[in-house]
Design a protein around this ligand. Structure first.
Ligand code: NAD
Length: 258
């Protein structure tokens, strides 16, 4: 790969790290912010999410890799003290690629993509949602909201909701409740529901006042919308892998090691 761009978190540590990486890469690559082949995220998992959204219309041409400027990341393969390894690996140009599934989220007037998850949330009052799957009525949900995550996002917000962790390569999406209300009058499934690319989740409500749609790091006011449709997108985000970090190792490193 010849052309690269960086997307950097706005703190001093990340900016310094970005400058060091650029200084090295500029000796054998060209910086091209508009038309890069490789996008290097410098920061945290949120920076990787931001990078994918920044280049969401160029997913066919762009590959992503992340370096963490803080402690530990789930979407990043390198730590800050490994930046010369990253430069060395990029120079060697021997890599595998893997695709991360995205969600396609359609409101009445917009279409968004999500790498981690989409959350329909209301913290002001209990949100009533009609949940339809492939056009068939499934349940009426009442509570703070619903989260639909990808396999990549299953270790993020979804995990805090008690959702299952799903191997990041799987083409699956998971519907989880955010503080659902369950008693004799109000009943919804309660447990996370895992679906695949054949499913479309349709969420509708007569009243979206105070509701927001959280799409990874982006927040959209839902007022005015009557429904939201969520499915696995045809397009995927391509990540390069210079070194092998087995998924189970990544899980252990992030959640189980002291
Ligand atoms: P942030 O700075 O609040 O980060 C939240 C944490 O989520 C960070 O520790 C980050 O490393 C981690 N994270 C993000 N994506 C991850 C993934 N795929 N697997 C494992 N951990 C992941 O917010 P941010 O950095 O802007 O990232 C936005 C993401 O944060 C959202 O997509 C959401 O999944 C997550 N988040 C989680 C909670 C929660 O667990 N209660 C709350 C808010 C946001």
């Amino acid at each position: 790969m010849k052309r690269y761009a960086t997307v950097c978190k706005l703190d001093e540590c990340s900016k310094k790290l970005e400058q060091k990486i650029k200084k090295e890469l500029d000796t054998f690559m060209t910086y091209d912010e508009d038309n890069p082949e490789l996008v290097i995220s410098v920061g945290g998992d949120g920076t990787v999410l931001y990078s994918v959204h920044k280049y969401i219309h160029q997913l066919d041409q762009v590959s992503f890799i992340g370096i963490h400027s803080g402690t530990l990341g789930f979407l990043t393969d390198y730590q800050k003290d490994e930046y010369m390894d990253l430069v060395h690996d990029i120079r060697l140009d021997e890599f595998k690629t893997y695709n991360r599934c995205l969600l396609e989220v359609k409101t009445h007037d917009e279409t968004y993509m999500a790498l981690n998850e989409v959350r329909l949330e209301n913290n002001r009052r209990s949100q009533v949602l009609g949940v339809y799957i492939n056009g068939d009525f499934f349940e009426t949900f009442r509570g703070n909201g619903l989260c639909v995550s990808t396999a990549s996002g299953s270790t993020a917000y979804n995990k805090s909701l008690g959702g299952a962790v799903i191997n990041s390569g799987a083409g699956l999406m998971q519907l989880s409740e955010i503080a659902g209300i369950h008693h004799n009058a109000y009943r919804s499934l309660g447990s996370p529901l895992i679906l695949d690319w054949t499913h479309i989740i349709h969420l509708e409500s007569e009243n979206f006042d105070g509701s927001i749609l959280g799409i990874d790091t982006l927040v959209v006011d839902l007022k005015g919308a009557g429904s939201v449709d969520i499915s696995l997108a045809k397009q995927r985000a391509r990540f390069v892998q210079y070194k092998r970090v087995p998924y189970i190792e990544r899980l252990k490193r992030a959640y189980l090691s002291e």
